[in-house]
Design a protein around this ligand. Structure first.
Ligand code: BG6
Length: 459
């Protein structure tokens, strides 16, 4: 088991690969998301919108990582990272999801990626499903609401675990599992959204996650399997006890997932809320045992911003990862209204570690910004400041608070399509990709100032 601190960055297949039907790949739920204002329309109401024809679907071309991966990985290796989080595209391996046998051509693509990473001694951390449920399963079985999707996923998980277990030490079955609750189409491929179908999907995702832990450990006891949360604590807007209680409830909406994934059982507050809303928890004795016997090895999470809440409804709100939140007067925000809160990272790390005592892994943290290419260069000082301030807070969490931490993987290695808006102009990478919001550009790669800063920092 590799014990070095993982310094790296992250990518997701659906946002960078493109080649959405190449080599036998099938459509994923994200391939039905257009860019622009219609994107939210489809996410919110896929039954009426996902089959319409829109002008432009960013994931279809991505940023050509599929075609360019050799050059991209070389640039990243030269930056000095020792680890890279990528995702495998589920529909590249099982195009509809329901096939008995995998698509060998899809697997060969990842064979090559892992061979390149090994050549550069970069440790891969692999997400099995980063918003990439095959569209067929979404359309025909309401995604993760039906157990068939879980069964198909486990066939896929077994295929990639068996093939890559000696090359990939860290596995994350599901990206931002709490998206299933907040954005059920993206998180769980749900088209027909009801409180019961969302609860069923959450249950299926949690059982699938625990089943992956079991499968991985049976295959190789050295493998580490983690959960992955879109994290960020919710602050009460005032010391008013009702605000404090509300902030606990808001955090539970997200922490519930990790409660199950670490403790192996549903927390009482969640069971009570299901009973209150007349929702059934469809959990057999055997599935209960799977959850109980297979807790995760580490807790990974994305952190972009903290949140704030109050029982007073009339407060100003702003955007943030996963959902909108109240505006915190002490924080500045990005051009997209995501509040910048480096100390919030330390607070979040302490919350997660105090609650679970499992090693943490930061698998996404970064700044979405409008980067300007001027005379062939991108001077993204704002991103450097953002990363530096967050890394400082992580270091305090480690050295002062004693939070066990496996690694820091920024978002994102190179510019890619934004998940929420589909824009290219919401850039996160160390490497600029010459492409605009309409998919026009040369696809040329240009290291930004932050690339050289991270390179120097990593030295
Ligand atoms: C996380 C996702 O929610 O945040 C990524 O795991 C996403 O896929 C990232 O790209 C940043 O969000 P956005 O919407 O700005 O791309």
């Amino acid at each position: 088991m590799d014990q070095k601190f993982l310094w790296g960055s992250a990518l997701a297949a659906n946002q960078c690969e493109g080649a959405y039907l190449a080599g036998g790949k099938g459509e994923s739920i994200i391939d039905r998301l257009p860019a622009g204002k219609d994107r939210f329309l489809v996410m919110e109401d896929p039954v009426h919108h996902a089959d319409q024809n829109y002008d432009f679907y960013p994931s279809h071309e991505g940023v050509h990582f599929y075609q360019n991966y050799k050059e991209d990985l070389k640039l990243l290796a030269e930056m000095g990272i020792n680890s890279l989080r990528i995702s495998i595209s589920w529909p590249r391996i099982f195009p509809k999801g329901i096939e008995e046998e995998p698509n060998e051509e899809g697997l060969r693509f990842y064979d090559e990626i892992f061979a390149e990473l090994a050549r550069y001694q970069i440790t891969p951390i692999v997400t099995m499903n980063h918003f990439d449920t095959p569209y067929y399963l979404s359309k025909n079985f309401n995604g993760w609401a039906e157990t068939i999707t879980r069964e198909c996923f486990l066939r896929y998980a077994k295929t990639i675990l068996t093939r890559y277990h000696d090359q990939v030490p860290y596995w994350i079955p599901c990206n931002e599992i709490n998206m299933a609750k907040h954005l059920p189409y993206v998180g769980a491929g749900i088209q027909a959204k009801t409180p019961q179908s969302v609860a069923d999907a959450i249950n299926n995702l949690l059982i699938a996650n625990a089943s992956c832990v079991k499968m991985a450990h049976e295959l190789d006891s050295n493998l580490k399997v983690g959960c992955m949360l879109a994290a960020g604590n919710t602050y009460p807007a005032t010391p008013k006890p009702e605000d404090v209680m509300l902030s606990i409830e808001k955090d539970r909406d997200n922490l519930m997932f990790v409660d199950v994934q670490v403790r192996g059982q549903y927390p009482n507050y969640y069971l009570k809320s299901l009973a209150h809303d007349g929702i059934k928890l469809n959990l057999s004795t055997e599935e209960k045992e799977i959850l109980a016997e297979n807790p995760v090895d580490f807790v990974s999470f994305s952190y972009y911003n903290s949140r704030m809440c109050s029982v007073e409804g009339s407060q100003k709100s702003t955007q943030g990862n996963v959902f909108a939140t109240m505006k915190n007067p002490y924080l500045k925000e990005t051009d997209w209204g995501w509040q910048i809160d480096p100390v919030g990272l330390r607070i979040t790390m302490n919350t997660l570690y105090d609650r679970y005592q499992k090693p943490l892994m930061i698998v996404e943290n970064g700044l979405g910004a409008h980067d300007e290419l001027v005379n062939g260069e991108v001077y993204d000082q704002e991103r450097i400041d953002f990363l530096q301030r967050h890394i400082e807070q992580m270091q305090l969490a480690i050295s002062v608070d004693g939070v066990e931490t496996l690694g820091y993987l920024s978002w994102s290695a190179l510019d890619l399509n934004s998940a929420s808006t589909g824009q290219m102009s919401k850039r996160y990478g160390f490497i600029y990709v010459d492409l605009d919001d309409k998919g026009k550009g040369s696809y040329q790669r240009i290291p930004k100032a932050s690339y050289y800063w991270y390179q120097n920092f990593l030295k």
